[in-house]
Design a binder for this molecule. Sequence first.
Ligand SMILES: Nc1ncnc2c1ncn2[C@@H]1O[C@H](COP(=O)(O)OP(=O)(O)OP(=O)(O)O)[C@@H](O)[C@H]1O
Length: 272
Amino acid sequence: MKTTHRADTVPVSGLSIYDLVHLGIFEDGVLAEIELIYRNILLGGEPGAGKSVALNNIVAHCALCPDVSLWLFDGKQVELGLWRDIADVFVGPDIDMALHRLGQLQSEMDRRYTELKRVRRRKIAKTDPIDVIALVIDELAMYSATMGTKDQQEAFVRLLRDLVARGRAAGIIVVAATQRPSADIIPTSLRDLFGYRLAFRCTTDSSSDIILGRGWATQGFNAATIAPESRGIGYLISEGLQPRRMKSAYLTDAHIYSLVEYARQLRTKKVA
Ligand SMILES: Nc1ncnc2c1ncn2[C@@H]1O[C@H](COP(=O)(O)OP(=O)(O)OP(=O)(O)O)[C@@H](O)[C@H]1O
């Protein structure tokens, strides 16, 4: 069937979080796509290496999914701000609000598990009438090491760890980025809970390993060898596999503005 649209409208259909999320392209030309449902992703790299650009691809996908509730935490208040209008929850550099929202998410996760248990299921499915919640955090260290008191920072890490560890089957996905890939910000026990890790240029072999996993740098998968001018190039590792070198797709601000508009239509339709 042939459909036509007026020049000032866009077709409203949208993606699903159960679809593959396009990140960019691997060095062998294969599309770099990830299956984010039931998974989490950690992005790390030095300032200016390309984390926010990669993050925008993920947020764009989630924004275009009527089955996603978008929770954005932007500690630097510059990177995710363009998406603010269509976010279901937006938290800026405010540790009290961040803790409040993570607490809400933890309660929602527990509520979903209680319901799953009641109906004897292990995880939510595409046919369930509940949104997947995508929690996107840029910059992690702002909440876990910079703002607030030590107690608040520890509470933040505790809540985050619980959401990353238990959220997936309940339809809570964590996407976290940091420009401080150090052991205090990303302890191994937290890092290993992320099924996907994406390391952009790092300053040292050990910070590359902090994102990808111990030992990869000596095996030749070392984000410290990425040239400083190679912005957007990184190593993506998926649970149990070898890291693969990729370049992320680039969305200009103009792209993002039009995606926000499109997402607004999809999301208005969702509420209607
Ligand atoms: N995939 C890409 N293609 C083209 N240019 C890119 C790509 N990724 C990054 N860049 C360029 O590098 C700049 C910095 O990237 P980005 O803002 O993503 O870095 P970052 O790692 O988030 O930095 P920070 O930690 O300071 O926020 C971008 O503004 C863009 O000019």
